[in-house]
Design a protein. Structure first.
Lengths: 93, 288
């Protein structure tokens, strides 16, 4: 298969599908309500919803790697923290 | 009231760039993510390992040390290059033939390829035959960048300062040149000292270009590879093994693609965070 060199697994494929889905949802959201919903959040940052998605994803990445580096707890704990963090970012930041 | 027509068709114009970025960035990055959760022994055979490599890298002393060295290097060169660049830009002539001469001299180090800079400094700093090495040993220092950690660091930092301070100088000089003469005349009438002129006129006017210079130097220094690799090869020992050098050692030297991929992703996240922080600061400055 011509994509076999990329060493695909279903787990990583699922990860990328979720990222693409998130981006598609954001595009639809933007189409329905253009302008990006800019606001000044609690951190004093001026953000649009695209910025908030980026901050959520980047923060979630760090939450997961720090969880792996600092604790022996199961990784879904980090995922729960990341979801809570993303909700906070989308509502307040 | 004007009713603006919203036309999203222009997005199709972005498609060629998207295709290009997909081939040179997104697809390789996806492959790295795939590698990061697997083990391979070659022959395109992969075995699922899950989060093992991330756990290993995040707890590895070697990674912590390389990251620490990388941060220290970045901090050192920023602390030297930014004030030095501003200082040189302030002393550069504003008119006459001197402007051209200074600009050409300043641009020269930026035109030299990175591996040539490394090779040049390697020869320049050799303790027995290099001009710098021989001179330092001649005046009584025990200089040997291939065996002494302090001198290896000093040489790598000096090389980066030599190579990249010009960039800060040129950006700051452009910022200084954009200040209208009226500002200087007003400050003269008010009897402002040269420090006050710098603090209240030149520095605020240079703020934007300085932020860009800081951002560029931060990112470049954080991803530095070629120059220290050619100069010291990461040594003596591992003392100048920065993140990128360590990454190449793991990926190509040891052919540990899984741990190297996990390390790349963590490295990428750190770079992305730094970029975002600086970009946010820059945009905030612009808004203000």
């Amino acid at each position: 298969m011509f994509l076999s060199w990329m060493a695909w697994t279903w787990q990583t494929a699922l990860f990328f599908i979720l990222i693409v889905l998130a981006l598609t949802c954001m595009a639809i959201w933007e189409y329905k309500s253009p302008g990006g919903g800019p606001r000044d959040g609690v951190l004093g940052l001026h953000t649009t919803r695209g910025d908030r998605l980026f901050i959520s994803l980047l923060g979630s990445g760090f939450i997961h790697i720090f969880w792996l580096g600092l604790t022996d707890l199961p990784l879904w704990g980090a995922s729960i923290v990341a979801v809570v963090y993303a909700i906070f970012v989308f509502r307040k930041v | 009231m004007i009713n603006k027509t919203i036309n999203q068709k222009a997005w199709f114009m972005v498609l060629p760039v998207l295709a290009l970025v997909a081939f040179n960035a997104i697809i390789p990055l996806m492959t790295v993510v795939n590698y990061s959760v697997q083990e391979t022994f070659g022959d395109n055979l992969f075995f699922w390992e899950g989060i093992k490599w991330f756990e290993e890298v995040m707890r590895s002393e070697r990674f912590h040390d390389a990251l620490g060295r990388q941060l220290l290097f970045t901090l050192l060169i920023l602390l030297i290059e930014v004030p030095l660049g501003v200082g040189i830009a302030l002393t550069m002539p504003r008119q006459g033939i001197g402007v051209t001469i200074c600009l050409v001299l300043m641009a020269l180090p930026l035109l030299i390829p990175w591996n040539v800079v490394g090779a040049m400094w390697n020869i320049f700093a050799l303790p027995d035959i290099g001009l710098l090495g021989k001179m330092l040993n001649g005046v009584g220092f025990d200089y040997n960048f291939t065996q002494n950690t302090f001198w290896a660091w000093a040489t790598v930092v000096a090389m980066d300062v030599w190579h990249w301070t010009s960039l800060v100088v040129l950006l700051c000089y452009a910022g200084l040149r954009s200040i209208p003469d009226a500002y200087y005349q007003a400050s003269k009438i008010d009897g402002a000292s040269s420090w006050q002129v710098f603090r209240y006129i030149q520095l605020p006017k240079m703020k934007r270009v300085l932020t860009i210079a800081l951002l560029l130097r931060l990112m470049d220094s954080f991803m530095i590879y070629t120059e220290p690799f050619v100069l010291t090869g990461g040594g003596p020992g591992n003392s100048t093994t920065f993140l990128s050098i360590d990454l190449v050692k793991v990926a190509l030297g040891q052919f540990d693609l899984g741990p190297a991929a996990a390390m790349s992703i963590i490295y990428f996240l750190v770079v992305l965070l730094l970029c975002w922080v600086l970009y946010t600061l820059m945009m905030r400055n612009e808004t203000n």
